[in-house]
Ligand binder design. Structure first.
Ligand SMILES: Cc1cc2nc3c(=O)[nH]c(=O)nc-3n(C[C@H](O)[C@H](O)[C@H](O)COP(=O)(O)OP(=O)(O)OC[C@H]3O[C@@H](n4cnc5c(N)ncnc54)[C@H](O)[C@@H]3O)c2cc1C
Length: 459
C-alpha cells in the first residue's frame, strides 16, 4: 500500500503524545537515523519519534496506523541488513528512551530491561549482581535489547548459551493496533498457547514493537583463558574447531579469522601481528569456568593436531587485546568503504570446503573484489564480506547465497533478512512458508505499517 507523508495533523498528534522535544524532523538531524551502519543503505525519514513509555509507543502506532504512515522501529542502528532505517520517507520510531533496567531478580536470576537498554548497560547490570548476560557482540555499546530481540542476535557465545531467543523468557510488545501483548512474569514453564517471545524474536520489527524484555542471566565463570591458534588451511581450521567444541570443557567461544583479515586489522589499528609468521587461518578459542581453566585449555589444545603456533591470554587486558584481532574486523573492513556483508551458516561438514570455494567464486566474478572471511566458527557461521564492489551490484551476493543454499546452509545466520537479503529469502524458504509468514504478518499488523519491505518480499 502507498504510505502518506507526515501531515500537519499527524505531526501535532505525535507532539501531543511524546512532547515536542521528541519529534525530530530537521533533515540535518534525522539524516543519521536514515543511514545504516555499513553506509551501503541511506534514505530519508519523515520524522524521528522517540516515545518514553509503552503507552506512548501504543499511542504513536495508533496515530500512524490511522494516518496510513509506515513506521520503522529503530534501536541502536547497528543492524547490518538495512532493516532499521527508513529508506523511503517512513517514520522512524526510535526506542532508545526505553532504557530502564529493573533490579536483577536473584531467585530466578532474571532481569527486565527496556527495549532501548544497550547491551553494554545490561551486561554491567548483570555483572553488578554477580551474574552474566549470555549474549555478547562487538556492537555492545550501541546495540539495544529491542534490536537484539528483533534480530535474534547471535554473537560470540552461541555455542555455549544459544542466541538471544534462548535468553528471552518474556516479552512486552505493542501491535500496530495499539494492543499490548506478552508478559514479564519470567515463568520458565507456561504452555498456554502461542509463545510471543518465540514469535517476535527474529521478526525484525515487522509484527510488533518490542518495549521490554524479560531475560535470563547466567552464572559468572570464575576464570577465563583464551588462545589464538595458527593453522595452515581452512580444513584444518574446521577440524581444530570441531575438536575444541567436542573436547574442551567450559568452551565459551570459537572464532575464525584469516591472514588477510588479521593483517588488515593490524594495519588499520596499528596492532602487532599475533604470530612471528603470519598464519593462513587463525582460530580464537576462549574457555571460562571453574578454577583450572587455563590448565584444561592447555591440555586440550596440546593434543589437537594441526596447531602450528599459539598465543595465550589469561589476564583481562591481554584477553581484550587478543579479542581485538577478531572484534575489530567489522570496523577495519568498514574503513575500506561500504562492504557487501553476507552472514551465512554452513552445516559443520560443509564449512571446510566452502571457505576456499567462496573466495574463488567471488574472485572469478569480480577480480577487483576483496573477500574477507571471519566469524563464529564454533556454530558454522562465517561472515563473507566483500569490498571493492559497487553498493548496488548484487551479482556477487546472489552467487554467494546460491552457493550457500546449495551446500545446505542459511543465507542469514544472525543478522536477519532486512532489505539487504530480501531478494534471496526464497533460497531458504518455500512459497508455502512465505505465504504462512505473510498471514501471520497480516494478523498481527492489519494496517501493514510496521517495517513494510523488510523481511517479507512484497510484504
Ligand atoms: C561492529 C558490529 C558487530 C556486530 N556483531 C554482531 C554479532 O556478533 N552477532 C549479531 O547477531 N549481530 C551483530 N551485529 C549486528 C547488530 O549489532 C545486531 O543485529 C543487533 O541486534 C542490532 O541491534 P540494534 O539495537 O542496533 O538494532 P537496529 O539496527 O536499530 O534494528 C535492527 C532491526 O530490529 C528492528 N528493531 C529495533 N528495535 C526494535 C524494537 N524495539 N522492536 C521491534 N523491532 C525493533 C529494526 O526495525 C530492524 O529491523 C554487529 C554489528 C556491528 C556494527
Amino acid at each position: 500500500m502507498p504510505f502518506a507523508p507526515l501531515a500537519d495533523a499527524l505531526r501535532r498528534a505525535l507532539v501531543d503524545i511524546v512532547g515536542p522535544a521528541h519529534v525530530l524532523d530537521d533533515p540535518s538531524i534525522t539524516g543519521g537515523f536514515a543511514r545504516d551502519w555499513t553506509g551501503r543503505f541511506a534514505g530519508s525519514t519523515a520524522a524521528v519519534v522517540r516515545p518514553g513509555s509503552t503507552a506512548e509507543v501504543a499511542a504513536v502506532l495508533v496515530a500512524c496506523a490511522g494516518a496510513g504512515v509506515a513506521v520503522v522501529p529503530q534501536g541502536g542502528n547497528t543492524g547490518l541488513v538495512a532493516g532499521g532505517v527508513a529508506l523511503g520517507g517512513e517514520l522512524t520510531l526510535s526506542l532508545t528512551r526505553l532504557d530502564h533496567i529493573a533490579p536483577v531478580e536473584p531467585v530466578s536470576a532474571q532481569v527486565t530491561a527496556g527495549a532501548g537498554v544497550t547491551l553494554a548497560a545490561l551486561r554491567r547490570a548483570a555483572s553488578a549482581a554477580g551474574l552474566d548476560f549470555a549474549v555478547d557482540l562487538a556492537a555492545r555499546d550501541t546495540a539495544t535489547i529491542g534490536g537484539m530481540v528483533a534480530t535474534n542476535a547471535g554473537g560470540l557465545h552461541v555455542i555455549r548459551y544459544g542466541p538471544m531467543r534462548a535468553q528471552l523468557v518474556g516479552v512486552e510488545a505493542v501491535l500496530s493496533t495499539g494492543a499490548v501483548i506478552g508478559d514479564l512474569r519470567g515463568l520458565l514453564k507456561d504452555n498456554t498457547g502461542y509463545h510471543w517471545p518465540s514469535l517476535l524474536c527474529g521478526s525484525e520489527g515487522t509484527l510488533a514493537v518490542v518495549t521490554r524484555a524479560r531475560l535470563r542471566l547466567v552464572p559468572r565463570p570464575a576464570e577465563h583463558a583464551m588462545a589464538l591458534l595458527a593453522v595452515a588451511d581452512a580444513a584444518t581450521a574446521v577440524g581444530v574447531t570441531a575438536a575444541l567444541r567436542h573436547s574442551l570443557p567450559d568452551v565459551h567461544a570459537i572464532e575464525l579469522m584469516t591472514a588477510a583479515g588479521v593483517g588488515l586489522v593490524c594495519d588499520t589499528l596499528g596492532l602487532p601481528p599475533p604470530f612471528a609468521r603470519p598464519a593462513p587461518f587463525v582460530v580464537l578459542v576462549e574457555a571460562a569456568g571453574a578454577p583450572g581453566v587455563l590448565e584444561r585449555l592447555a591440555a586440550t589444545v596440546g593434543v589437537i593436531a594441526g596447531v602450528d603456533d599459539t598465543a595465550v591470554a589469561v589476564e583481562p587486558d591481554r584477553r581484550a587485546m587478543l579479542w581485538r584481532y577478531r572484534e575489530a574486523h567489522t570496523e577495519a573492513i568498514a574503513r575500506l568503504g561500504p562492504a557487501h556483508k553476507l552472514d551465512v551458516t554452513l552445516p559443520g561438514p560443509a564449512l571446510g570446503a566452502f571457505l576456499p570455494e567462496v573466495s574463488e567464486l567471488v574472485t572469478r566474478l569480480r577480480p577487483e573484489a576483496r573477500v574477507w572471511l571471519f566469524g563464529h566458527a564454533g556454530d558454522g557461521n562465517v561472515h563473507v564480506n566483500v569490498t571493492g564492489v559497487e553498493a548496488g551490484d548484487d551479482e556477487v551476493d546472489a552467487a554467494v547465497l546460491e552457493l550457500v543454499a546449495e551446500r545446505g546452509g542459511s543465507i542469514s545466520a544472525e543478522h536477519g533478512i532486512g532489505r539487504a537479503k530480501l531478494a534471496f529469502l526464497h533460497l531458504n524458504r518455500t512459497p508455502d512458508e512465505l505465504a504462512a509468514m505473510r498471514a501471520v504478518k497480516r494478523a498481527l499488523d492489519p494496517a501493514g505499517i510496521l517495517n513494510p519491505g523488510v523481511l517479507l518480499p512484497g510484504g
